[in-house]
Design a protein around this ligand. Sequence first.
Ligand code: URA
Length: 270
Amino acid sequence: MSWVRELDARQRAMLDEMGVKVWTPLPTTTPAPAPTAAVAPPPAPAAPTAAPPMRAPAAAAVAAPPTPTHPTPARPVDTSAVASLDWDALRQAVTGCQACGLCQSRRQTVFGTGHGQARWMIVGEAPGEQEDRQGEPFVGPAGQLLDAMLRATGRDRRTEAAGGVYIANVLKCRPPANRNPAPDEVLRCEPFLARQVALVQPKLIMAMGRFAVQSLLRTTEPIGRLRGRVHRYEGVPVIVTYHPAYLLRNPADKAKAWADLCLALDQPLD
Ligand code: URA
């Protein structure tokens, strides 16, 4: 497979940080396994020390107090106006957005972070509790894993190394009790993400999790069936992968996430 490659010490350390076990041939007479097995199949089942999921499990989401989504928003987003905003005006529009009921429960909006002309753009789902407090995407446990994954590719949200990375979510406001985004919330927030993509003009988008995939690719196909090939959003190549919060709950799938990152690394950047 194209993503199987020689790993240097730094990448090995990063994969270790991601929790991906890398298979190394033993210097003994043990028969060599098939040449494609450079990355071990699923690591050991969930470590007891695995960080807790960012999002509440479905049962908890059902148990959460009902949060009305507003079918008739007081101030709908003006899609064509948003499509011409510059970075400052876009940030202001997000900060003042009252297009759905999430504006009533958020502490603050969570706009996006990273390099404004990054070659890679990461699209996640929605702010969680930590993001809602700090105003930055992916700063909780899932964010720590995302940072480790990005470092494994030589990228860092705080630097411009390798063209940098820009990180944004489908939703700019936290859904209460970390419930799933509602379809009308995704729809109303979409112009903001579309404008972020248009301003960044990334060479590659990584869609992390099903809400990013549904929003960008307009498909409800499961991630498992969309992985491993290059999709397009407004002409920009899109690689589909698991959400870091899912990976925290299902560490055996980190090897697949690494394969997705390698597919992303294989894409031309110019
Ligand atoms: N999960 C996301 O999708 N985005 C965040 O910002 C945090 C957790």
